[in-house]
Ligand binder design. Structure first.
Ligand code: MBD
Ligand code: FE
Length: 283
């Protein structure tokens, strides 16, 4: 355990922060989506719900339990968590299937823009006594035609060795394990961080209640989140995973892909090194 994490993380804590972070400048009006498309999408979603109700003859007691649960998702601030865990992976799929470059995956609820800028080589912000296995990650960002992309940015964020994210769990320094790297003249970067632990979504909120009631588990495999961008290229949002993790094959968020698996090797100092680069699609 990291000694400074003394206060227990709660669903309401991380939920309230995720809800607050998302804010809603993201209205339907701002998307330019037509009334016809809103009508179509809303009707089809409702039709899918009616289909399930008819097929399984939902009882009134079940309907009321669903209603109470949905109210709870909002009260616990868990709409960002619910949507990113159970819906985002399909949105990601349909929006990136045209790409020829690197595979991406979902963003999840815990991205925060504006992390400290590190340059092409260095350590993400971490505590003096940050626990875990040190990881040195080197790579290059290129375009699909093979051109190296100098000045590309890699925004990195991830959980600590207790599975906690800064700004969403109490007791962590603001930018712990969050940083922005910029590739050098050859498109290369060199990132020093600590291996994250597997992540269990909060079990004490509404999402946890659904998981318990359905007999599911709450785990995501350990992962590093990135957003990789370069002028004239599509933004790549991805997560990278570690071989051997117990939940690589049954991620609660359905966000693991074989192309996103790292291959870390032992390093002389007891830590690990890994090579992994990114290929961006021209916009
Ligand atoms: C996470 O850390 C995460 O990445 C996702 C997708 C959902 C919940 C927690
Ligand atoms: Fe995550």
């Amino acid at each position: 355990m990291n000694a400074s994490t003394t206060v227990a993380a709660t669903a309401a804590d991380s939920g309230a922060r995720a809800t607050e972070r998302f804010k809603s400048d993201k209205t339907i009006a701002a998307t330019g989506t037509s009334q016809e498309r809103v009508d179509l999408l809303a009707r089809e979603v409702l039709d899918a719900v009616y289909g399930t109700i008819r097929k399984h003859k939902l009882t009134y007691a079940e309907y009321n339990a669903v209603k109470a649960w949905l109210i709870g998702v909002g009260q616990d601030g868990e709409w960002p968590l619910f949507l990113d865990v159970w819906v985002e992976h399909v949105v990601e799929q349909v929006n990136t299937e045209h790409r020829h470059g690197s595979k991406g995956t979902i963003e999840g609820p815990y991205y925060v823009p504006g992390a400290p800028e590190i340059g092409s080589s260095g350590s993400v912000p971490m505590r003096d006594n940050e626990s875990g296995t040190p990881l040195v990650w080197t790579g290059q960002v290129t375009s699909t035609d093979g051109t190296a992309l100098a000045g590309a940015t890699i925004e990195l964020w991830h959980a600590d060795s207790d599975g906690l994210y800064s700004q969403f769990a109490p007791g962590l320094p603001e930018w712990n394990l969050r940083g922005i790297f910029t590739t050098d003249s050859e498109g290369r970067f060199d990132i020093h961080t600590m291996r994250p632990a597997p992540y269990q979504i909060p079990t004490d909120g509404a999402c946890g209640k659904l998981i318990a009631a359905a007999g599911w588990h709450a785990w995501r495999p350990a992962h590093l989140h990135v957003k990789v961008s370069a002028p004239g290229h599509e933004l790549l949002t991805a997560q990278l995973y570690f071989p051997g993790d117990q939940h690589n094959d049954d991620d609660i968020a359905s966000a693991v892909k074989p192309e996103l698996m790292l291959d870390p090797r032992p390093a002389a100092d007891g830590g690990q090194t890994v090579a992994y680069g990114f290929v961006l699609d021209p916009a």
